[in-house]
Design a protein around this ligand. Structure first.
Ligand code: 13P
Length: 250
């Protein structure tokens, strides 16, 4: 059976003291969450502290990015090995904001996925179309192309570690959510695409998260779909009550 997962992508929010406060609050309130893996992805400056604070809990810690290079003269970068060395176990890769503002391509994301897996990090890999692509009815094609590029020459054994997130770009931070039908049909399509490359067992064990204006008010109807295994939450993950309410929406 695949895992139910709710992950909070804090993006570039919270200074150190605010982050500590939010982690504490999530930790205190997470007791009500059953059978759902919680993951928090604060900014890099909080990774070490988050791992320490959440040590005896079952809340995982992710970073929001890592370098495609192993080490060396790459000013401003943080390697997968460094992320692992402080005890984080997950890394968000291929987020649409990194594609849009930092020119990340499927090829670069592919390198990042590989280096994360080499360092025993679980990549939470994002895909999703922009509004124009949906309007042109190209969304399936776009997502299929992203998946093909991002997972190029990644073995079945490695792919088993991966978590996917479908994040339609037009729904991110806009308050517009994909309808449960739109989410389900894309998640089903993604699972089918993975099945074609990696077989039915791997596809059926793959957790596919929905992201894009997921809130306590709409999480239930999204998570009720058979191929939606949880959420990658932006804005609503910055409030402990909302984050926990979403995690309790299965
Ligand atoms: P919002 O939940 O703020 O729309 O962000 C979604 C997202 O990008 C998570 O990675």
């Amino acid at each position: 059976m695949r895992k139910q997962i709710v992950a909070g992508n804090w993006k570039m929010n919270k200074i150190f003291s605010e982050g500590i406060e939010l982690i504490n609050e999530i930790k205190q309130k997470a007791g009500t969450v059953n059978q759902t893996l919680l993951v928090v992805a604060p900014p890099f400056i909080l990774t070490t502290e988050a791992v320490k604070m959440l040590k005896d809990t079952n809340i995982g810690v992710a970073t929001q990015n890592c370098s495609n290079k192993p080490e060396g003269a790459f000013t401003g970068e943080v390697s997968a090995q460094m992320v692992k060395s402080v005890g984080a176990n997950f890394v968000i890769l291929g987020h649409s904001e990194r594609r849009a503002y930092y020119h990340e391509t499927d090829e670069l994301i592919n390198e990042k996925i590989k280096i994360s897996l080499e360092n025993n990090l679980v990549p939470i890999v994002c895909c999703g179309e922009v509004l124009k692509e949906r309007e042109n009815n190209e969304h399936f094609q776009v997502v299929a192309k992203q998946i093909k590029g991002m997972f190029d020459s990644i073995s079945s054994d490695d792919f088993k570690q991966v978590i996917l997130a479908y994040e339609p770009v037009w729904a991110i931070g806009t308050g517009k959510t994909a309808t449960p039908e739109q989410a389900q049909e894309m998640h089903q399509f993604i699972r089918e695409t993975i099945k074609n490359s990696y077989g039915s067992e791997i596809a059926s064990n793959l957790s596919i998260l929905y992201g894009g204006s997921c809130k306590p008010g709409n999480a239930k109807e999204l998570f009720a779909n058979p191929d939606v295994d949880g959420g990658l939450i932006g804005g609503a993950s910055l409030k402990a009550d909302d984050f926990i309410a979403i995690a309790n929406s299965f």
